[in-house]
Ligand binder design. Structure first.
Ligand code: ATP
Ligand code: MG
Length: 567
């Protein structure tokens, strides 16, 4: 391609709302342009990167026997009514009616559509397993579309769905998809981690996320220093503490603690470690058609993990409860303890099961209990893991310490079981001729988010640094002065030679100043630029390596060979 002819509108200015480097550089380097909040146009460079990512995905999907399909983007709402997800997805679904007044939506994910595709078409266990996938536009009317391609409203996703006759077979496929996702990410040249994810009510190892490690990531992941364990903070677990701070041993007693409300105040008042205090986090828990105040109790040294709290209560949403709401049901904010179960529903963190020597609210204005023993409520209370792990906590798989890191979720794989097949009555006949619901897995990967992720992980102050697998062009032939006939001839020859060799190459044949053209090349991020300049008279050119910004002199005769070796 000739730089003088291609459509790459680079610019000095970034969009005013751009915060992430990927958003800034992808806009400035002419990869994408924004139409409206969360809506982007892909320009030629972006299309090339996306195609590369897609090709790698297709190859790896093919390797595990997954088959490509393409389902319509416009989705009949009736399918979502069948699954009951219309409500759950709420405002993220963009709904509209056609001229016959039928309700449709733009697919944000395709579980229903895919189940509908196979139901009554796959009818026997002999046709299983089946893994079908597509790479397709999705639409989610995200509440806060931001960060460019990272969180768009319209975006490109690879979504796959597998159908099985048994759990064992689903497990096998899940592992195969995980392995192929790892290959895809490695091939793209990304540093990533596969972590355990929140799986809502399903739980267990039923869901994993593929996280690209980047400081700008929206997710926090807990990583073990010794073993492979990693988990989204929403799902991370820890082992029971063995090295404990000194316990405040005291007989069970009620103490007057005027105005001592926070954990900090309690610690200071009793001179104890927060580990031996009990914190109450009061929330308003919102269900499908009702809401209630729920009291979450944790050790004072821990914090409530909201997603765990939602799972523990099967809530649609949780909000902070106000002091008035607590007072109204007879509670004393600042003095709420877990020993009186009558006034509101309690959820108590697992680490408090059977805990002794605790200090907690006495459910009386200005009073706390000391020496509280939670085993007295072990039969009536609901204990559950609702605490967020802390850095320094111990891994549940080994003795390693957990630490936090930021990640970008680029993939999510999930064992669905029969949730959708049951709801949509999609069945096959098993070996005994009995009707069974399909056992399913679902596997997503954010293609457009991957483009942004590469830049988040690979950039410097001058612009993008594409990995070899993702670069829109591998080599940029920079003719420093196009009026110089020798330089131009050398450039054209090399350009042609590289093209014939199958290298994706650009020639910068613009009239502009050399400095300007170099800045432009750095912004776009070609892995290699061959600089053909003044030194050509002495038979020399330079190879500029974008990642290191090093310029190496090579003889003009050898440059083709050198480039071929580098790529
Ligand atoms: P997030 O928590 O980031 O909103 P999600 O859990 O909603 O993601 P999934 O429903 O699992 O995501 O979708 C599969 C993949 O699609 C995600 O792993 C992510 O890479 C990508 N993805 C999801 N939402 C968006 C978006 N708004 N813009 C770009 N990519 C997205
Ligand atoms: Mg989302």
């Amino acid at each position: 391609m000739r730089r003088s002819k291609v459509f790459i509108p680079t610019s000095k200015d970034a969009p005013s709302d751009a915060q992430l480097v990927s958003h800034i550089f992808l806009s400035r380097a002419g990869f994408v342009s924004q139409n409206a909040a969360g809506l982007y146009n892909y320009m030629p460079l972006a299309k090339r990167v996306i195609r590369k990512i897609e090709n790698i995905i297709h190859e790896e999907m093919n390797n595990i026997g997954a088959q490509e399909v393409e389902l319509s983007f416009v989705t009949p709402a009736s399918l979502w009514e069948e699954s009951g997800r219309m409500e759950k997805f709420g405002k993220e679904l963009l709904r509209f009616r056609d001229r016959k007044d039928n309700l449709f939506l733009l697919g944000p994910t395709h579980e229903e559509m895919m189940v509908d595709l196979v139901r009554n078409r796959i009818t026997s266990y002999k046709q299983l397993p089946m893994n079908l996938y597509q790479i397709k536009t999705k639409f989610r009317d995200e509440a806060r579309p931001r960060f460019g391609l990272m969180r768009g409203r319209e975006f490109t996703m690879k979504d796959g769905y597998s159908f099985h006759a048994s759990e064992e077979d689903l497990n096998r496929e899940f592992d195969a998809v995980e392995a192929s996702y790892k290959k895809i990410l490695s091939r793209l040249g990304l540093d990533f981690r596969v972590v355990e994810a929140d799986s809502g009510a399903i739980g267990g190892s039923a869901s994993k996320e593929i996280m690209v490690i980047a400081d700008s990531g929206e997710d926090t992941i807990a990583i073990c220093s010794k073993c492979e364990y990693g988990a989204n903070i929403e799902a991370a677990t820890r082992s029971v503490k063995t090295e404990l701070p000194e316990a405040p041993e005291a007989a069970f007693n009620k103490f007057q603690t005027p105005n001592v409300k926070s954990i900090e105040e309690l610690k200071a008042f009793f001179k104890v470690d927060a580990y031996y205090t009990i914190k109450c986090v009061a929330k308003k828990v919102i269900y499908d058609e009702s809401s209630e105040i729920v009291l979450f109790f944790l050790r004072g040294s821990d914090t409530l993990q909201d997603v765990k709290a939602m799972n523990a209560t099967e809530a649609l949403e949780i909000e902070d409860a106000s002091e008035e709401e607590l007072t109204k049901i007879g509670l004393f904010p600042g003095f709420v303890g877990p020993l009186d179960q009558d006034k509101a529903k309690h959820v108590i963190d697992e680490s408090l099961r059977g805990a002794t020597n605790m200090i907690c609210g006495a459910n009386e204005q200005d009073y706390h209990f000391v020496g509280a023993d939670l085993s007295v409520i072990s039969d009536v209370a609901y204990f559950c893991d609702i605490a967020q792990v802390n850095e320094g906590d111990s891994c549940t798989h080994c003795e390693g310490e957990l630490s936090f890191s930021k990640g970008i979720e680029v993939g999510h794989i999930f064992k669905l079981g029969t949730t959708y097949s049951k709801a949509l009555k999609a069945e096959f006949l098993d070996e005994n001729g009995k009707a069974q619901s399909f056992i399913m897995g679902t596997y997503g990967m954010g293609v457009s988010r991957l483009v942004a992720s590469v830049v988040e992980q690979h950039h410097d102050e001058s612009g993008c640094i594409w990995t070899k697998a993702t670069a829109p062009y591998m080599v940029n032939v920079m003719v420093s002065n196009i009026k110089d006939e020798e330089q131009m001839k050398m450039g054209e020859d090399l350009y042609l030679k590289l093209q014939v060799a199958g290298v994706e190459v650009m020639i910068d044949d613009r009239k502009d100043r050399f400095g300007f053209k170099m800045k432009d090349a750095e912004l776009i991020g070609f892995p290699y630029t061959v600089i053909i300049g003044k030194e050509l008279v002495n038979g020399n050119v330079q190879i500029f390596t974008r990642a290191t910004k090093e310029k190496d002199d090579v003889s003009a005769d050898n440059v083709f060979k050198s480039i071929m070796e580098l790529i």
